[in-house]
Design a protein around this ligand. Sequence first.
Ligand code: PGA
Length: 244
Amino acid sequence: MRQNMVIANWKLNGGTELIAEFANQWDSLTANNVQVVVCPPAVYLAAAQAHPSLVLGAQSCSAYQEGAYTGELSAAMLHEVGARYVLVGHSERRAMFGETDEVVANKIAAAQQANLVPVLCVGETAEQRSAGFTAKIILQQLEQGLLQADLTRLVIAYEPVWAIGTGETASPAQAQEIHALIRNWVAQQDKGVAAKIPLLYGGSVKPENAAELFQQQDIDGGLIGGASLDVEQFKAICTAAQEI
Ligand code: PGA
């Protein structure tokens, strides 16, 4: 049995009020053993620990453990203030903050060393998809990003870049095709891990499309941006994950 999982990625949004709202609704969000994780901006993690039921994640971590890296937060620091998961390689960070596959690999190693579970985000741009390079890009991001990774402590999210925050979602068939590709790649490394690793879909997941996406064979839940800022919408998405 694979763990169904829904992760809220608040990006540069939310704060203590939204954390309290999530904490109030936590029992209904997590019913039927769905693993729900909230990734608020990192400055709120310590305060979010006041709600012990919340399972917390960070949106990024440094590849470095300590030193002269102004503005960075190490994986160990994030763990200390309550994070248990960390997003790595989100397309916004790849596009805007120079997160290459090599940096991604180093961040995943740093995260695992600090006992955080990395959530590796992979995905192709619209141009790469229309040029027929989707599979090549995804496999490259997996191979290079996971060079040093312990696959037994990992989540992978497929987020087509063209579907993030655009309202345009991959069709369930398109998403399933890439999820199967990812699971096959993992199986080539380790069959046992492939049977268990949660593979999440992200990119304009809404209450209206979540159920159909999550019902696909290799989709175990979602990584939710915009719709995670509204507790009612997010709850409907978690309910769809309960029914996988
Ligand atoms: P979205 O974002 O749900 O707003 O498309 C998903 C993400 O970026 O993780």
